[in-house]
Design a protein around this ligand. Structure first.
Ligand code: PLP
Length: 364
């Protein structure tokens, strides 16, 4: 039996021998969680690799967002994007912060920075943009609005691992950026996430918050939760880090081939000229939902499963209050499809995907 299914992504598993050696070390020292030596080591190595000052590792990317809001005391309303993975919005709602959606730019797929200012009210305390598919937001314009109105900026940078903006990590923009290290992401720790905190004074608070609010055995200064990363996850990260060069090179090859073969046939995401790419997703934008469904069905017939990232548009969710309508995001979300992209995607499989997309488009 051979698994011939091709999904939108496939978890990259680094050297098993190396992972086993680390597991032997964990067994030998008996320290499996609670800010252990490998979590500390991964924090140090990631800070160097990414070019950031402060990094706090946590158990996943969703909780990273929640800890970010609580570290910065976000209350009331936050202006965010309707075109993202649901966690960007649900993390706000579960923390009693109301999401106010600024519609997106139909080319870059990021929040339209010109639409933020008009939505600001005295109840607004934050802006929560997303670097969608690793495409850098208009960070300078967003910073400017935030400063003018004294708002905090939390970037959901779940897709933006290793992305640079004008030669510097894009994670250094805003007050806090959050990362997801879920198994499906570019860099992963099985489950995991991180906060990149630009104000040194807030790091300690975030560390209390992820550990029940505890400072030491006798002092509990904050209302916290449990959001710790464990040692088995941290060593997966250490193994991944050693292989990121291969991961990025192989993804780039896949990305470039799609780009070359599908150029002029489907629409691509327009890239921010000041930011680098990490080749984490390959979205194609079709003319309408009917085209999308035809392509999806044709691929599904060959056991190829692209994903409708992101669908539905988050302003359509039942639990959103007040009700909102973002025309561009709703339109894009109906006609965007992410094609399979991962380091081990074989060339002949990719050629098959390209052929199916091309042939389907011919008949439309
Ligand atoms: C994956 C993802 C998250 C959530 O991260 P988890 O680690 O899965 O909790 C949040 N936001 C975006 C944009 C994501 O893609």
């Amino acid at each position: 039996w051979r698994n011939i299914m091709i999904n939108v992504t496939k978890t990259y598993l680094p050297s098993k021998e190396k992972y086993q050696k680390y597991v032997d070390e964990i067994y030998a020292n008996g320290w499996v969680t609670n800010n252990g030596p490998f979590v500390k080591k991964l924090e140090k190595k990631l800070a160097e690799y990414l070019g950031v000052k402060n990094i706090v590792l946590v158990s996943n990317g969703t909780v990273a967002l929640e800890i970010a809001y609580r570290t910065l005391d976000i209350k009331g309303y936050a202006i965010t994007t309707p075109f993202s993975f649901v966690a960007t919005t649900s993390s706000l709602v579960t923390n009693d912060i109301k999401p106010i959606f600024a519609d997106i730019d139909p080319q870059t797929l990021n929040v339209d920075s010109n639409k933020i200012e008009g939505l600001i009210t005295p109840n607004t305390s934050a802006i929560v943009p997303v670097h969608v598919f690793g495409n850098g937001c208009d960070v300078e314009a967003i910073d400017k609005v935030a400063q003018k109105y004294g708002l905090k900026v939390i970037y959901d940078a779940a897709h933006a691992f290793d992305v640079k903006y004008k030669d510097e990590s894009i994670l250094n923009y805003g007050d806090i950026s959050t990362l997801s290290f879920h198994a499906t992401k570019l860099f992963h720790t099985i489950e995991g996430g991180a906060l990149i905190i630009n104000d040194d004074d807030l790091v300690e608070k975030a560390r209390y918050l992820i550990n029940f609010g505890i400072e030491n055995t006798e002092s509990i200064p904050e209302l916290g939760t449990n959001a710790k990363m464990n040692e088995f996850e941290a060593v997966m990260g250490l193994c991944m880090l050693d292989e990121m060069e291969i991961v990025l090179r192989k993804r780039k090859d896949v990305f470039r081939l799609y780009e070359k073969e599908l150029s002029g046939i489907v629409q691509f995401q327009e890239k921010n000229n000041y930011s680098t790419q990490n080749y984490s997703y390959f979205p194609i934008i079709l003319k309408n939902e009917e085209q999308l469904l035809r392509i999806q069905n044709a691929l599904n017939e060959k056991q190829i499963f692209p994903r409708r990232y992101f669908y539905p548009s988050l302003d359509t969710l039942d639990y959103i209050e007040p009700k909102q309508y973002c025309e561009i995001s709703r339109d894009i979300s109906k006609k965007i499809l992410c094609l399979p992209i991962y380091p081990e995607l074989e060339k002949n499989s990719q050629n098959k995907i390209i052929e199916i997309v091309k042939n389907t488009m011919k008949g439309l």
